[in-house]
Design a protein around this ligand. Structure first.
Ligand SMILES: Nc1ncnc2c1ncn2[C@@H]1O[C@H](COP(=O)(O)OP(=O)(O)O)[C@@H](O)[C@H]1O
Ligand SMILES: [Mg+2]
Length: 424
């Protein structure tokens, strides 16, 4: 359908939808639309088309998509002030970090800043630190991309490198997130961008979140921290008083997403990075498995004396066993059984937990594949670990050069839908 909007008004489009500017002038988060080029709005996302000169838009709506016309520009004036402030900073590269709660407009603000900067001819790196709602890299990763072109959705960027964390919320992997962000930041600086815009996750409330965010800021050492205004952010702002911070407004017309929508947005991220995937058989002896539980699969000598003793004690012939600092990890055949009494005794004697995985329990786990230079090659879904033939079957678009495999905690079904983990 064609919709005509007057100068100064905004058309809010909730996806899945697509919009083409037929005539007039309109902007999305600072991006000046080109006539006749199509803009896609993903399911779960809202895009504001701010009309600068009477415009006609061709809109096609998918299932449950909606449009609404509102007065004025929905991008707050404080966002433009923030951009101006950033543009006055003279250090190169200038690092800006964005903080805000879940669904507060972090991604949209990053998009806006990036668009404004690239339109001034700047080279901008986006460092995406939001694991659960990543825009650039696959879900469960941290990533970056460097660009000189404006766009409507950061999702259209391809990750140049990524760091796989393997979970969707930072609370479960704080150290990994901090380490990954530090590594990627050092790497991105070598690309000599004019600006680095760092996006973060929306976990900002509570002491743990505040400590984690302060640590992150200390590692990234941004020249300016933009905080999207919200009461829940006050303790964090207080903790950051030694840094240059600037508070900006929360857009009035923001679209909140529920857990289900966030999950389906993530699933679009898996699809984006699993396009053209095939099942690849990777001999375990060719790669390094980073997870300590599975690292020992590579050893050629069979079980150690100590491992044999543990197995005898448990009364099992496992497919795999690994003794780690704080646990004994065993994999046993489908339908096999271990006497719970024996497990208890073993745990008491060794002072370690016994963790049992049944063969097949690895199916669906999200994995990451790296080259030997530690370059992220892509994600995959673990289909099977064949313990007898020592082969891993991974559904992935990566077809060569794999040197390290990291197994994550998120599980996907055959349709790339997330399966909730037992026990949360
Ligand atoms: N100024 C705005 N006008 C209209 N919609 C907006 C605006 N800012 C953000 N949104 C929409 O609100 C939703 C949440 O914003 P987003 O930037 O994704 O938040 P966050 O990254 O903090 O989770 C998105 O669908 C986004 O497109
Ligand atoms: Mg976001």
């Amino acid at each position: 359908m064609h919709i005509t909007i007057e100068t100064g008004k905004t058309l809010l489009v909730d996806g899945p939808a697509s919009v083409t500017l037929v005539s007039g002038k309109a902007e999305v988060f600072g991006y000046v639309l080109k006539q006749m080029s199509r803009v896609v709005i993903r399911d779960g996302k809202r895009m504001p088309f701010a009309v600068k000169e009477n415009a006609t838009l061709e809109v096609s709506l998918g299932e449950n998509a909606t449009v609404e016309e509102v007065e004025g520009d929905t991008v707050p004036p404080s966002w433009e002030e923030a951009y101006k402030k950033l543009a006055t900073l003279q250090t190169r590269p200038t690092i800006a970090l964005v903080l805000g709660a879940v669904d507060s407009g972090k991604t949209s603000f990053c998009t806006y800043l990036m668009n404004k900067l690239v339109m001034e001819g700047r080279k901008v790196a986006i460092l995406d630190g939001d694991l659960g709602q990543s825009d650039v890299g696959p879900p469960c990763t941290l990533s970056y991309s460097v660009t000189t072109k404006p766009l409507t959705d950061l999702f259209n960027l391809e990750a140049e490198n990524a760091y796989f964390v393997g979970v969707t919320s930072p609370g479960k992997a704080l150290d990994k997130v901090i380490e990954g962000m530090t590594l990627l930041k050092d790497e991105v600086l070598k690309r000599s961008p004019d600006y680095v815009v760092v996006n973060t996750d929306g976990w900002v409330e509570g002491e743990d979140a505040v400590n984690y965010k302060v640590q992150l800021v200390e590692k990234i050492r941004p020249h300016i921290v933009f905080c999207i205004q919200n009461e829940t952010l006050n303790p964090l702002l207080e903790a950051l008083k030694n840094f240059t911070t600037l508070t900006i407004d929360y857009p009035q017309t923001i679209k909140q997403r529920n857990r289900e929508k966030r999950k389906s947005l993530r699933e679009l991220g898996y699809v984006k990075y699993l396009k053209n995937a095939k099942v690849q058989s990777i001999p375990i002896s060719w790669v390094r498995i980073e997870n300590t539980e599975f690292a020992g699969l590579n050893k050629t000598l069979g079980m150690t004396k100590r491992e044999r003793e543990i197995c005898n004690f448990l009364g099992i012939k496992p497919l795999h066993i690994a003794e780690l600092k704080n646990k004994i990890f065993v994999v046993i055949g489908k339908g096999r059984w271990i006497n719970p009494e024996k497990i208890k005794e073993t745990e008491e004697t060794l002072g370690k937990k016994v963790e049992v995985l049944w063969k097949g329990g690895e199916e669906g786990l999200l994995t990451a594949l790296y080259s030997d230079e530690k370059k992220f090659l892509g994600i995959g879904v673990l289909r099977e670990i064949d313990y007898t033939r020592k082969v891993m079957k991974i559904f992935t678009p990566v077809s060569s050069g794999v040197s390290t495999v990291v197994i994550g905690k998120v599980r996907l079904d055959k349709n790339l839908r997330e399966i909730p983990l037992a026990g949360g």
